[in-house]
Design a protein. Structure first.
Length: 188
């Protein structure tokens, strides 16, 4: 296995240093995901940009954003992001039953949130090749056509982090360790 560095601000490529400094300012530390991504300033900037867009420019609230993120994390088998986003949800006071459902891949009791979870799952599993019925079910649950595309933004955001963590085998930060998660084996 190729070893990938978990960079510090001091040893990161020059173009990544200021982005790692902003991560440290935001989180109090540099998350290992960002430290690994720093190897490619383009990847780190893309991830931070798409993350910011997903957080601030979609029509989704924090719980809905986490439903999309966690659904992708689980389907992509990303142990790092499952633990990290569980911690994020706990900090955002997302209902425990929603967190458990997302970690287990089981239905969410709230029908509107469940419709979003199912739609996010279909976007991932079908690689965006959706049926009209998939979209209509989301719209019937009270979401908009904008939400259809906002789910795609969230899926792209998670591809950047999930795939990075798979390739680099990013070590889990201590701050996320209490929420460690293991993926079910996936067929190759």
């Amino acid at each position: 296995m190729t070893d990938f560095a978990v960079h510090t601000i001091e040893d990161a490529p020059e173009k990544s240093k200021s982005m790692l400094e902003s991560s440290k300012k935001a989180y109090g530390t540099v998350p290992n995901l960002h430290a690994v991504m720093a190897e490619s300033p383009a990847l780190l900037e893309a991830y931070k940009t798409v993350s910011n867009i997903f957080d601030k420019q979609t029509n989704l609230n924090a719980t809905e954003q986490q439903i999309i993120a966690m659904t992708n994390n689980r389907l992509n088998g990303c142990t790092y992001c499952m633990a990290a986003h569980t911690s994020i949800m706990q900090g955002a006071k997302v209902a425990e039953d929603v967190i458990t459902a997302l970690r287990d891949g089981t239905p969410i009791a709230d029908p509107k949130l469940e419709a979003l979870r199912v739609f996010a799952e279909k976007v991932n599993v079908k690689r965006g090749l959706l049926d009209d019925g998939d979209i209509e079910a989301l719209l019937a649950a009270g979401y908009s056509k904008q939400t259809v595309f906002d789910v795609i933004v969230g899926t792209a955001y998670k591809v950047l982090s999930n795939y990075t963590n798979h390739v680099a085998e990013t070590p889990l930060d201590k701050m996320f360790a209490k929420n460690e998660w293991s993926a079910e084996p996936h067929p190759a």
